[in-house]
Write a protein that binds this ligand. Structure first.
Ligand SMILES: C[S@@+](CC[C@H](N)C(=O)[O-])C[C@H]1O[C@@H](n2cnc3c(N)ncnc32)[C@H](O)[C@@H]1O
Length: 489
């Protein structure tokens, strides 16, 4: 009855999976709509997939706007995958973020009878990011108004782009000159680096995503929001000392004292990750600092640091509140990064054991503790998928009363969850930027009835995007750990 390319009129009633929206046609068939639709909109959409029970369609235009629809401020909205929710007012963004977490806990995790708390709003809605990662590609993504233009008539080169990958398109990037989530210094840097690299295209060709030949890979900028320090890191395949000196001089001229460090990282890896194997520091210390609460953290070029400084403090205070830490408690901080949560917790408990994969982050964490005269934190470098290797340190340190775990988007390795069950701490605080991972790992943790989900608080660290952070507390239900089960007994 329905066919590809058919045009539908549909009212959007909910979010669907994978960034889609959802509505139902009169006869009851569900339609997933891809593109910038908002709940409450009536839209025109074109079918591109027909299944027995549902249709998938591409958004074409709004016929009747949702009361929550607003005008996006960014010219790249709809193209760039970053701010997918700029067309919704902030109250609606918060409602949908909470709903995403609630739905994931119910539908993926199988949790029932749990009502998520409201999503905590962020203090800044734009310009809040302290780190941006721009990619170079030798295939520029064409904007809709450029499609059909003859190759010689384009205003910008087709084989040069510095910006963000279009969603689902890793070989091409949208060439952007401004991001609404960046600070002014970041946008200035983006344009200076672009101009410089275009002028030096012969010496610094873009590293091709297909052949992996070429030099320019990524531009990473970090801004210490509470200290004003500013780091530029250019990732290339090899180090070109003279060119890097010239670029650094141009940046210094434009930014003055605001540029506190410039690093050229080099890597020959095929992946597009903005990690360098070697670092050449051309200006400043090669690191920056930022302040959260009472603590000033040193952050190296490759280390993880929460990207929204103003909201990170809210997040860490929520973690402390959920953890109900007591002065006699032993706390484990898994995936501890630069030790920021560990330090926040250190003044409220007996001691903290932080575990992290990246050597640079562990060094930052140790340095951060030392600079604040914090003596009750110990940091260990370990891949948490090999969590069993932690047993000797755990025996020496003592079993945890609270484990705080803050894994990357993909969540925890099943072996690490099993080990948590064997450790059996009275409380586990799971911090996650991915509701699906939280729900899946939470379900594994609660399998067999050893743990229960006590509460979950979504927090908005990423306004204008469809991403949401959550802090969930899992509590040990009456359970006796036997000697053969626990590595600590
Ligand atoms: C979401 S960040 C959390 C960092 C820290 N808790 C914070 O708030 O700044 C995740 C951290 O886990 C680390 N990581 C990733 N995979 C890991 C692994 N397999 N074992 C240990 N740490 C890992 C990353 O380097 C990163 O520092």
């Amino acid at each position: 009855m329905y066919q590809k390319k058919q045009i539908l009129e549909i009212e959007i009633t909910d979010l669907g999976e994978k960034d889609q929206c959802f509505g139902r046609l009169e006869e009851g068939i569900g339609v997933f709509v891809q593109g910038p639709a908002a709940v409450g909109d009536v839209v025109e959409a074109e079918i591109f997939k027909v299944k027995k029970k549902y249709l998938t369609a591409r958004f074409r235009k709004v016929l009747k706007p949702s009361p929550h629809r607003i005008e996006p401020i960014c010219p790249y909205f709809g193209l760039c995958g970053g701010c997918k929710w700029q067309h919704m007012d902030y109250t609606e963004q918060l409602r949908l973020k909470r709903k995403q977490v609630q739905d994931a806990l119910e539908h993926i995790g199988g949790f029932s009878g749990i009502e998520c708390d409201d999503c905590l709003p962020a203090p800044e809605l734009f310009g809040y990011r302290n780190k941006m990662d721009f990619s170079f590609t030798d295939l520029r993504y064409l904007t809709p108004d450029e499609v059909g233009i003859q190759p010689g008539e384009h205003k910008k080169p087709l084989d040069f782009a510095l910006g963000f990958h279009a969603p689902g398109c890793f070989s091409k990037a949208i060439d952007i000159d401004h991001c609404a989530l960046s600070t002014p210094e970041m946008n200035t840097t983006l344009n200076i680096v672009r101009e410089f690299c275009l002028r030096h295209r012969n010496e610094l060709p873009i590293c091709s995503t297909h052949t992996h030949i070429g030099e320019l890979r990524n531009l990473v900028v970090r801004h210490g929001k509470n200290t004003g320090e500013f780091m530029v890191k250019l990732v290339t395949t090899t180090h070109h000392p003279e060119l890097m000196q010239s670029l650094c001089a141009e940046l210094k001229e434009a930014l003055g004292d605001r540029l506190t460090t410039f690093v050229n990282s080099t890597t020959s890896a095929k992946s597009t990750v903005a990690f360098g194997e070697k670092e050449f520091v051309l200006q400043g210390p090669g690191t920056i600092t930022d302040r959260l609460g009472d603590y000033v953290y040193r952050i190296s070029a490759n280390s993880f640091f929460q990207t929204n400084t103003a909201q990170a403090e809210t997040l860490y205070n929520q973690i402390l509140k959920s953890a109900q830490i007591q002065p006699e408690h032993v706390v484990y901080d898994l995936f501890c990064g630069t030790g920021s949560i560990s330090l926040f917790a250190s003044g409220h408990c007996k001691k903290v054991l932080g575990v992290e994969l990246l050597e640079s982050s562990v060094n930052d964490a140790r340095d951060n503790a030392k600079r604040h005269n914090v003596e009750n934190c110990k940091f260990i470098r370990l891949d948490l998928k090999d969590i069993r290797d932690l047993e000797p340190d755990m025996r020496e340190f003592g079993p945890p009363d609270v484990v705080i775990t803050d894994p990357p988007r993909a969540g925890m390795h099943p072996k690490a969850i099993k080990m948590l069950q064997e450790m059996a701490p009275p409380a586990i605080i799971y911090v996650s930027c991915n509701p699906a991972s939280l729900a899946r790992d939470g379900q594994r943790l609660c399998e067999g009835g050893q743990y229960r989900l006590a509460h979950c608080r979504p927090i908005d660290m990423f306004p204008q995007t469809n991403h949401v952070e959550s802090v969930a507390r899992f509590e040990l239900v009456q359970y006796t750990v036997t000697e053969s089960e626990s590595p600590l007994l």
